[in-house]
Design a protein around this ligand. Structure first.
Ligand code: AMP
Ligand code: MG
Length: 508
C-alpha cells in the first residue's frame, strides 16, 4: 500500500488536508498524526474492523487495548458510563492534555478497540492537528503510538514512516512532538483512582486536584510477579535493538562504571553506546556518546529519549549503557520507559567500579612545554588495562603557551603530536586522592611537597618506576638533545605502563 505523507503546520492548519485525512478514517483507514505526547496511529474507534487493522499494522497483540481520543468533553458520555464525580474537575485541569482516563465502556465501543475489556481508555489531546482530525473523523479516534509494537514510540513523522511506511494509508507530518512520552494513564473505575502508567501529569499534580491517588504497584521498582493493570505495560517496550543496560548508583559512580565498561569494550574491539546528559558528556572518552538532554530540565530528557534510542538502532553498537535519572515528577515516567526499554536490565555502578588506586596521572615539569607534555602523550599511546585521565602541568607557567617546537618536531618523527597542547600551571585541584603526580626531576617534586605538604601521591617519574635515570633538560639546546630526552622518556614510560598494569593485577 502506498502511504501518503502530508505536511501540516499546527499554527496554520490546512483544512483540505484535515478533511482528506478525516475521510480516510471515516472509511475505515489508518492515519498517523501528531499529538503532544507521541505520534498516534488513528482509526475509527467505533469500528471493530478498524481496530483489527491497527493491531495488524503495528504487530500489536490484540489483548492490548487502544486509547480512544476525543476532541470535545461532551463526547466522553457517548462512549463511557459510570463516570465518577472527580472526572469533571480532572478534565477541567488536565484536558486537553497528556492524561488518559479509564472508565466503564459504553455499548457503542467495540471489544476490538478495548482488547476485550469492559473498560475504555479516553484522552483529549491538546495538539490542534489532532483535535481537528478527530472532529473530521466523526469524534472518536483510537490511537495507539504509531510504531511497530515493541519499538521506541515515534516522536517525528520520520519515525512513523520507518516503522509503518507501506502499511498505513496516510501520515500527517506536523514535525517533532512536544512532550515525547506517552500520556499518564489513570484508572477511574477504582477509588482512589490509580495510575497505571506514569507520564507528564504526575501523581503530585493529580493529588493537588483530587486528593489521594494510588499507583499500580507493578510500576514501582523491581520486576514484579504480578501482571500490570494496563495490559500493554506487561510487554517489553520502547526497546532499541541493542542490549540496553542502566547503571544505578550515585551519579559519580555511574559515570565511572560506564567509563570502565566502555573502556573494556574498546579494548575488546566492541562498540558500545552511552546515554549521557549535557552535564556528564565531557566525562566520557570511549564509546558512542549521545546527549539526551540536561539534568536541569527533565522535559528535555523526555523529549529526546525515544529519538536517541532509535538513533542507536542505526549505529553499530551491541550494548547501550545509560545513566539513571531522578525518580521525581516527570523523572518517574522517564525511568519507567527506560527500564522497560532495558527489559529491566540494571547494574549496580558500585559493583562495576573497580578499586583503582590512581585514576589521574599528571606529569609535572618546569614550564609544561616540553618534557611533561611529551611524557603524557607517550603514555596516552599505551593500551593500559585501566583507563586514566592523563595530562601535564608546569611548576611555573606565567601564561599559556603551545608546546616547544623542537619537542613537537621530535614527537612528529615518532608519529605522535603535541598539537593543541597549551601549558598550564599546577594547581591544588590537580592533587586528589586518586592522583598520581610524576615530576620530571627532584626539585619539582620537592617544590610540590613543600607547597602541599603531601608525599603519598607525588614521585619523580624515575623513582616511581624504580630507576635512577636522570631526565636531561633540553631547553635551549639543539634538536638532538630533544631527541635524546625523548628516548629516555620513552624508556621510563614503558616501565611506567608495566607498573600501572601490574598494580591492576595486585588489586584484583
Ligand atoms: P499506547 O496507545 O501505545 O500508548 O498504549 C495504550 C496503553 O493504554 C496500553 O498500555 C494499554 O494497555 C493501556 N490501556 C488502554 N485501555 C485500557 C483499559 N481499558 N484498561 C487498562 N489499560 C488500558
Ligand atoms: Mg505504545
Amino acid at each position: 500500500m502506498e502511504t501518503k505523507i502530508r505536511k501540516i503546520d499546527k499554527n496554520r492548519i490546512d483544512n483540505a488536508v484535515i478533511q482528506e485525512a478525516g475521510k480516510v478514517l471515516r472509511e475505515g483507514g489508518l492515519v498517523a498524526f501528531p499529538t503532544e505526547t507521541v505520534y498516534g496511529l488513528g482509526a475509527d474507534a467505533l469500528k471493530e474492523e478498524a481496530a483489527l487493522k491497527t493491531y495488524a499494522a503495528k504487530g500489536r497483540p490484540s489483548d492490548n487495548p487502544l486509547i480512544v481520543h476525543i476532541a470535545d468533553y461532551e463526547d466522553l458520555r457517548k462512549i463511557a458510563v459510570n463516570i465518577p464525580g472527580e472526572t469533571d474537575i480532572l478534565a477541567s485541569h488536565f484536558w486537553p492534555g497528556p492524561l488518559t482516563m479509564i472508565f466503564d465502556k459504553g455499548e457503542v465501543v467495540p471489544y476490538g478497540t478495548t482488547g476485550g475489556l469492559d473498560t475504555v481508555a479516553v484522552r483529549m489531546p491538546e495538539d490542534p492537528v489532532a483535535r481537528e482530525l478527530i472532529r473530521a473523523a466523526g469524534g472518536f479516534v483510537s490511537a495507539p503510538s504509531a510504531n511497530t509494537s515493541g519499538r521506541p514510540s515515534p516522536t517525528t513523522a520520520e519515525h512513523v514512516a520507518e516503522d509503518l511506511g507501506g502499511k498505513i494509508d496516510m501520515i500527517l507530518d506536523g514535525g517533532a512532538v512536544d512532550i515525547g512520552l506517552e500520556s499518564t494513564i489513570l484508572d477511574m473505575t477504582v477509588s482512589p483512582p490509580m495510575i497505571l502508567r506514569p507520564g507528564a501529569i504526575t501523581a503530585e499534580m493529580l493529588e493537588e486536584v483530587i486528593g489521594e491517588v494510588s499507583v499500580d504497584e507493578t510500576l514501582l521498582g523491581d520486576e514484579s510477579e504480578k501482571a500490570p493493570k494496563a495490559p500493554g505495560m506487561k510487554y517489553r517496550h520502547y526497546a532499541p535493538r541493542a542490549k540496553l543496560v542502566i547503571a544505578e548508583g550515585d551519579l559519580r559512580e555511574e559515570i565511572l562504571a560506564i567509563r570502565q565498561l566502555a573502556y573494556a569494550a574498546h579494548r575488546e574491539g566492541r562498540r558500545v553506546g552511552i546515554i549521557a546528559t549535557e552535564e556528564t558528556l565531557p566525562f566520557y572518552k570511549y564509546g558512542n556518546v549521545k546527549n539526551i538532554g540536561t539534568r536541569e530540565n527533565e522535559k528535555t530528557i523526555a523529549r529526546n529519549l525515544y529519538r536517541v534510542l532509535r538513533e542507536f538502532d542505526e549505529e553499530d553498537v551491541d550494548t547501550i549503557y545509560s545513566e539513571s535519572f531522578a525518580v521525581q515528577g516527570m523523572g518517574k515516567a522517564i525511568m519507567n520507559r527506560l527500564e522497560k526499554a532495558a527489559g529491566h536490565l540494571r547494574i549496580a555502578a558500585s559493583a562495576v567500579v573497580k578499586q583503582q588506586r590512581y585514576r589521574r596521572i599528571t606529569f609535572v615539569c618546569g614550564a609544561d612545554t616540553a618534557r611533561a607534555p611529551m611524557a603524557a602523550e607517550i603514555l596516552r599511546h599505551y593500551e593500559l588495562k585501566q583507563e586514566y585521565v592523563i595530562d601535564s602541568r608546569g611548576i611555573v607557567v606565567l601564561f599559556p603557551e603551545p608546546a616547544n617546537q623542537k619537542a613537537e618536531a621530535i614527537m612528529k618523527s615518532a608519529q605522535m603530536t603535541l598539537e593543541g597542547h597549551v601549558s598550564r600551571g599546577f594547581e591544588k585541584e590537580n592533587l586528589q586522592e586518586d592522583s598520581l603526580i610524576l615530576t620530571i626531576d627532584e626539585s619539582q617534586k620537592n617544590k610540590l611537597i613543600a607547597e602541599y605538604g603531601q608525599t603519598e601521591n607525588i614521585f619523580t617519574l624515575s623513582e616511581f618506576v624504580g630507576s635512577d635515570t636522570e631526565i636531561p633538560d633540553p631547553y635551549g639546546k639543539p634538536l638532538t638533545a630533544y631527541g635524546e630526552c625523548f628516548e629516555i622518556l620513552r624508556g621510563l614510560i614503558k616501565k611506567l605502563a608495566e607498573k600501572l598494569d601490574s598494580l591492576v593485577e595486585e588489586e584484583q
